[in-house]
Design a protein around this ligand. Structure first.
Ligand SMILES: [Cu+2]
Length: 335
């Protein structure tokens, strides 16, 4: 019998539930400490967290950088306010302490001048922060002039990606290796499996420096498509199409997860985005596309026409309403 809870945080490299299952405090603590060690040694991925990292990542898109900048502006304003307020308190407590003969002013009621100051200053600060924040929010939702569109569909418990207008579709689900590890009872180490629960069979390949519009929906329950390095999280809701966009600046691998509790395998539907140079992307896309219509009798125009080497990697799109993948349905029972 498998339970699920928010203690599944594989994005942090921790599967606390699995650690708890072996009923051993020391092993649990070791499992929690290992990711920290391993992150420092693992191969560089642009958005991979590193040891003692305190701040958020800058991410790989304009939107994520906007979010980072807004966060830093607010942070430094807060630091300034903190220094002023705690400085004034410390000064007052030291300067006007009782041992130096200070006497409390019991007649003081209010100061109009001070009240104006502490009303106007926060207003100015809020307005000063609201202008750039609004500008960035508007930019975030502006999908005009997109160069391509990818449709993301959430299923229990995998993702389907359609490169709209390109004739390319693929499904992307937790890599079998991660599945086997989690069902074997073995506690995976970050040295052996640095991307445990964050690897998929088919990665979402995208070109860099290309404005990509994502339309996000779901087939069964509400999921959410979230890759932190892209700077946004979008709900995937059956019957609704949400949208967002990304233009990845740096080639690399960016990992994410479903971010909406969507059932017992919610913690096991990772997302892997591989951003590659444009030329490489065109090559990849061509290799996935249906064979060119040299033959005058095209049969079904789907990816079953793709070259055999790739057809093997591309599972058939999950039919709506049916269990999307027999493995997905049976795997957890075994565990
Ligand atoms: Cu989900």
């Amino acid at each position: 019998m498998q339970s699920y809870s928010l203690t599944h945080l594989p994005i942090l490299g921790l599967d606390l539930m699995k650690a708890g299952r072996i009923n051993h405090w020391a092993a649990g603590l070791a499992a929690a400490a290992l990711p920290v060690v391993a992150f420092a040694q693992a191969a560089p991925e642009p958005s991979r967290p590193h040891r003692w990292q305190l701040n958020m990542n800058r991410g790989a898109t304009l939107i994520s950088e906007n979010a980072y900048d807004a966060h830093m502006i607010a942070l430094w304003i807060c630091v300034g306010i903190g220094i002023l307020v705690f400085g004034a308190m410390a000064y007052a407590m030291f300067k006007f302490r009782k041992s130096r003969g200070a006497v409390a002013d019991v007649d003081f009621t209010h100061s109009t001048r001070l009240e104006i100051v502490w009303t106007v200053v926060p207003i100015v600060l809020l307005v000063a922060m609201a202008f750039p924040a609004t500008h960035k929010l508007i930019q975030m939702y502006d999908v005009r002039q997109s160069e391509m569109t990818i449709k993301v569909t959430g299923f229990q418990w995998l993702w389907k990606y359609d490169y709209l207008g390109q004739g390319v579709s693929l499904t992307s689900r937790l890599k079998r290796e991660s599945d086997h590890i989690r069902q074997s009872g073995v506690v995976p180490t970050m040295q052996d499996h640095p991307d445990y629960l964050l690897e998929v069979d088919n990665e979402l390949v995208v070109p860099v420096d290309t404005k990509i519009r994502f339309v996000v929906t779901a087939d069964d329950v509400i999921h959410a498509w979230w890759v932190p390095a892209l700077g946004w999280k979008q709900d995937a809701i059956p019957g609704l199409v949400n949208e967002a966009w990304a233009s990845v600046k740096t080639p690399g691998v960016y990992r994410g997860q479903c971010a909406e509790l969507c059932g017992k395998d919610h913690g096991f539907m990772p997302i892997v985005v591989r951003a590659v140079p444009k030329a490489e992307f065109q090559q990849w896309l061509a290799s996935r596309q249906p064979a060119p219509s040299a033959a005058p009798a095209p049969v079904a125009a789907d990816n079953t026409n793709a070259p055999a080497a790739n057809a093997q990697e591309t599972p058939a799109p999950a039919p709506a309403g049916a269990a999307p993948n027999p493995d997905a349905a049976t795997a957890p029972v075994a565990g």
